[in-house]
Write a protein that binds this ligand. Sequence first.
Ligand code: DP6
Length: 335
Amino acid sequence: MTSAAEIFAAHVSRPLSAPVEANVFAPSNIALSKYWGKRDKALNLPLNSSLSISLGQWGTETRIAPADVDSLVFNAELMAKDAPAAAKVWTFVDLFCGDNRPALAIETTNSIPTAAGLASSASGFAALTAALDAAFQTDLPKATLSMLARFGSGSATRSFWHGFVRWDAGQADDGTDSYAYPIDAALPDFRIAIVAVDTGPKAQSSTDGMTHTVATSPLYAPWPARAEADCAAIEAAVWAGDFATLGQLAEDNALAMHATMMAARPAVTYLKPQSWAVLDTLWAARRDGLQAFATMDAGANVKLIFEDPSTADVQSLFPDAQIINPFEAPPAGSV
Ligand code: DP6
């Protein structure tokens, strides 16, 4: 069986050159057709493909510079090397660099307002992978960066492009065909609203939540085929510029994912009463003609998708929601 270290060694040619300073931005992303379930934990391979929209200027900026000792500063705070989030970063850096790597100063900053309660592992590992590539001048193709970022977090595969992105589950045992690519169809009116419900840390990581769901949920079995079909249908709707079909499919897909979790034993429940209250308000407005749809991930917050002409209506229903235009110009230094 191939190991993570072997995959990195096969793609990142070594010895590495001496690092130079590098600064990279990667956008966060929200899945419209979800990744939920792994077919291989060690290689972090998904059981199904997924499709996302990147969040424009919301993401992570990572700077890497040569240093005398390792340091990791996250949102202006120096992180202990063994803090769980920092340990994940250093493990990834070691995988990328192999043995005898030079010391590095890593500084990473999220442009995502903390109040939005969005996870940052997708943009974080994409920015880290791209910054390592730039710092060591390895000049890897984006598809390879996406494939390697998967070892940090699955959703990071999709954060190397703006707009709509698809991550193919792939079939190879070593996962070298499991990476993302852009769907180059722009829907310039596409908007996202983040309705924050709970901005604290999640009760259960997505890694644990999906592993437990696959292992115990009697409703999981039909999920991978359903998710593949949803991915294909959403991609077709993106190409057709058919927002209504896309939105309804995305909402159905998210609720189906949460249904697999709720049937797990014991149940995995990320949604809170307030999440359901947001959905009730949305569904009532939709019955009155508003074309907006919801999607939820491994947390209680609700993300709405709609088109620009509905912005004022969405804003008046959810005055505190943060509205994102995914097609605005990306920040300097973006992937
Ligand atoms: C519900 O990418 O965070 O957001 O690969 O274990 O790091 P790991 O999981 P992660 O899972 C994301 C799950 C999701 C759906 C999605 O983004 O596709």
